[in-house]
Design a protein around this ligand. Structure first.
Ligand SMILES: [Zn+2]
Ligand SMILES: [Zn+2]
Length: 246
């Protein structure tokens, strides 16, 4: 199959790679119908995130059709259309039972790298380096989804790929940012950075009842989109710094 593979800093190639197979009885195999490129993929491309290996398949925002199902997976069947959230969760460990999915204690088979880099282990993530398990990602024709009876979301008929795809990462990321603010009807919410996650945070803040939302960025097209969504725009006079420690 074809897949986008990392070969080094600034070197991403469309390679022929081996198709994935079921490895565990709760796995499924997904045939991709849509995938997205995330700002986080740029951190792999520019070498900001370490522990990448040549040939690693990228992509953690994807959806598609289930084409093979492990025998113990009772939640999915061949033919289901699903969006796959990027966090791999077992659903059974102490952190999963508390709803702390991003720190599932079982889905990252080599947490020692994450402990070195972040100071704590994380869950396994698709296509996001050997810090997070080295799982092949979804910028490929097929992907293996471990613990697939926990997090994939079945998409109802009548909903297009474009309407559902962003449930895998950026919409819930923006939603959770707004939700964590405990927005009250009199609140004025300022959102710094109006890329895709910022746009979803703006929409989420308005859905959660913010009195006003002020969008801050230095890219006119982003501010125009934020205004279309109902935000008031405000251009930051500072040059915004990229996400990077010095
Ligand atoms: Zn992402
Ligand atoms: Zn878990």
């Amino acid at each position: 199959m074809k897949a986008l593979c990392w070969h080094g800093k600034g070197d991403i190639r469309c390679d022929d790679v081996r198709e994935p197979k079921l490895q565990d009885s709760r796995d499924v195999i997904i045939k991709m119908s849509a995938c997205a490129i995330c700002g986080s993929d740029l951190h792999l491309m520019d070498g900001y995130i370490p522990f990448m290996e040549k040939g690693d398949v990228l992509g953690h925002e994807f959806m598609g059709e289930v084409v093979d199902v492990g025998k113990d997976n009772k939640n999915l069947k061949v033919g289901d259309r699903v969006v796959v959230p990027f966090t791999i969760c077992c659903g059974e460990c102490e952190q999963c039972l508390k709803g702390n999915w991003s720190v599932c204690e079982r889905s990252n088979p080599k947490p020692e790298n994450a402990i070195k880099a972040f100071g704590y282990p994380t869950a396994g993530l698709f296509g996001y380096s050997h810090l997070t398990g080295g799982f092949a990602g979804g910028q490929a024709e097929f992907v293996r989804v471990p613990y697939a009876d926990v997090s994939p979301i079945i998409i109802p008929n009548g909903m297009s790929d474009e309407q559902a795809l962003f449930l895998g990462d950026i919409f819930p990321t923006g939603w959770m940012a707004a939700l964590n603010c405990d927005i009250q009807p009199t609140d004025i919410v300022a959102i710094w950075g109006c890329g895709p996650v910022g746009q979803f945070a703006i929409k989420s803040a308005l859905m959660l009842g913010a009195a006003r939302v002020i969008a801050i960025d230095n890219v006119p097209e982003r501010l125009a989109m934020a205004q279309q969504a109902g935000a008031e725009s405000s251009i930051s006079m500072m040059r915004m710094q990229p996400f990077r420690t010095v």
